[in-house]
Design a protein. Sequence first.
Length: 91
Amino acid sequence: MPFSRSTADIGRFQEESMTATKDQFFKPAKMSAQAKSEQTNSVVRDILDAEVIAREKKTEKLRALRLQQTADAPAPVKKAATKTKRAVKTS
């Protein structure tokens, strides 16, 4: 058997994995102010980048739809110009 373990090793492994410690539930160390700031900046930049990408995709989609709509629409028919009669001044 390539992965043979003794029963003592298995028992010790189970005890170690079943023991709950405070490190599993609480953060072991506080982050420095600089680390918090860097993490916040990173998260904000990721969110802003995602918003920019979404906005650009939406703009491209709307631009394509507008171009398609103008291409599908018939050209506007110009009305024939009517001649207007000028008032003739009689003396």
